[in-house]
Design a protein around this ligand. Structure first.
Ligand code: SDX
Length: 440
């Protein structure tokens, strides 16, 4: 018998259907709530509210589980490539060799950006944050490929846009780095695979020899796979929300990039390193910063710690921590920030404040250590997150578009402002109608 939930409001009892997912998650379907009761629900931050059904990624925050289309992310990190993972997330199944070869070859075909787009870079100040440049450039792709801005693209058009975004995002990011250091742009090479091509565009230059380091390629492979999707996080929900108005995929992704930029989301990997640098500069006084993070009226937080969903270890953080140690040992790098991060984790995980609130290291806590070891500059860290998250955003946008239940996103609210009142002519206003400290 289908499970039901009963809602009693006053003398009324409303029966609401319960939905059960394939991993036994439960939801009360409140689609009919407002029409039946005139009541809505209120859930700032949507911590208790599902926005959709999805078959792309499963996260169990209590058990620290993360699956891409049912496959544990640790197995993907161990065995897959970022291009193969992108195929799985977007198309739902692991590709055959023939499908993978075709998918991979199309990346080569779409790696370049239009020559005119380089003028955008020349017009940007070299101090512009790469996330702002990335969002602007991705949105501008709609101007260069207007034929691909159909609100409901065909499968063929969607496949082309997906590959363009996945492939060109590397080029745009590498060019924004080269612009920031005043070095010449290096074009993508047809003979290089996804990550080596990115590293080559980032670090090779006519003025110096650059050899691609396979340990760095492998570390980035794992990082990009681990960042590839994470169900309804802030930036992915943004992509779905913008796409629900039938905005094209370029515009929806550009919005997702801006959401990811925030320090509470993808910008956290940059903030973690800045925090560790501050602690190091302050004589490695870790306890001082742990105490600061616990103070109620302090705005300081341990960046890279805590998560809306994970109330156990973020499975990605454990893998990235191991990768960081492996890469630094292989490269013979002694990074004091890694030692501080490990010590900080040890102290915090024994501290009741963090234990009671179930605050563990998240995906951003150790990733910056790897980016530093490779020589990627600090302000490019959120951009690395965006490159990784691109397949997830694309997969969710398409799932949203194909879902017959999708409607334009339009949450309700509870109004708490002034009740009805009349306009007061200016000559009759004796004082500011809203005596707030910031009124003019
Ligand atoms: C990502 O959603 C996703 O899946 C995101 C992501 C993905 O893959 O897309 O996993 C990627 O964005 C990871 C998160 C990166 N952000 C950070 O590392 C920033 C630091 N973390 C926090 O700001 C916070 O933990 C959040 C934003 C991640 C989660 O915030 P919530 O769920 O809204 O939790 P909250 O702010 O309500 O905190 C609950 C309590 C509060 O204390 P009390 O009011 O109960 O006393 O925990 C405290 C918070 O003050 N707290 C922290 C803390 N995080 C939460 N205290 C100190 N340091 C922290 N980092």
């Amino acid at each position: 018998m289908d499970e039901k939930a009963k809602l009693i409001i006053g003398d009324k009892t409303l029966e609401l259907p319960v939905i059960t997912g394939t991993e036994n998650e439960k939801a009360v379907d409140i689609t009919k709530l407002r029409s039946a009761t005139e009541y809505i629900t209120l859930d700032p931050g949507f911590g208790n509210t599902g926005s959709c059904k999805s078959s792309i990624t499963f996260v169990d925050g209590e058990k620290g589980i993360l699956h891409y289309r049912g496959i544990p992310v640790a197995q993907m990190a161990e065995n897959s490539t970022f291009v193969e993972t992108s195929y799985l997330l977007i198309h739902g199944e692991l590709p055959t060799q023939k499908q993978l070869d075709k998918f991979s070859d199309s990346f080569t075909q779409h790696a370049m950006i239009h020559e005119d787009m380089k003028n955008f870079f020349y017009g940007y100040p070299s101090t512009g944050h790469p996330m702002g440049i990335l969002s602007a450039m991705v949105c501008s792709l709609s101007a260069y490929y207007p034929e691909l801005t159909n609100p409901e693209p065909s499968q063929e058009e969607f496949n082309k846009i997906a590959v363009m975004l996945l492939s060109k995002v590397r080029t745009i990011c590498a060019f924004s780095y080269k612009k920031s250091v005043g070095d010449t742009f290096v074009n993508p090479r047809p003979d290089l695979k996804y990550i080596p091509n990115f590293l080559n565009m980032m670090f090779s230059s006519p003025s110096r020899n650059y050899t691609i380091d396979q340990d760095e390629v492998n570390a980035l492979r794992v990082l990009l796979i681990l960042h590839a999707d994470h169900e309804q996080n802030c930036s992915t929900s943004t992509v779905r929300m913008v796409g629900s108005s039938r905005a094209n995929l370029f515009a929806s992704i550009a919005a997702g990039i801006c959401a990811l930029w925030g320090p509470l989301h993808g910008g956290a990997n940059q903030e973690v390193i800045e925090m560790l640098q501050q602690i190091h500069k302050d004589g490695d006084n870790i306890q001082k910063y742990v105490n600061l993070a616990k103070e109620k009226d302090s705005s300081f937080r341990l960046m890279g710690f805590g998560h809306r969903v994970y109330k156990n270890f973020d499975p990605r953080a454990k893998i990235i921590k191991e990768k960081a140690h492996t890469l630094l040992n292989k490269k013979g790098i002694k990074d004091p920030l890694l030692d501080i991060a490990v010590k900080l984790e040890e102290i915090a995980l024994k501290d009741p404040y963090f234990v009671e609130r179930k605050l563990y290291p998240n995906v951003d806590f150790y990733s910056g250590i790897i980016y530093r070891a490779i020589g990627i500059p600090l302000n490019m860290f959120p951009v690395m997150f965006a490159i990784g998250r691109m397949p997830g955003w694309i997969a969710h946008w398409k799932e949203m578009l194909d879902d017959p239940a999708t409607k334009i996103g339009r949450p309700r609210q509870i109004y708490t402002g002034p009740n009805r009142r009349d306009y007061v002519p200016i000559e009759q206003r004796k004082y500011s109608l809203h005596p707030t400290e910031n009124s003019f």
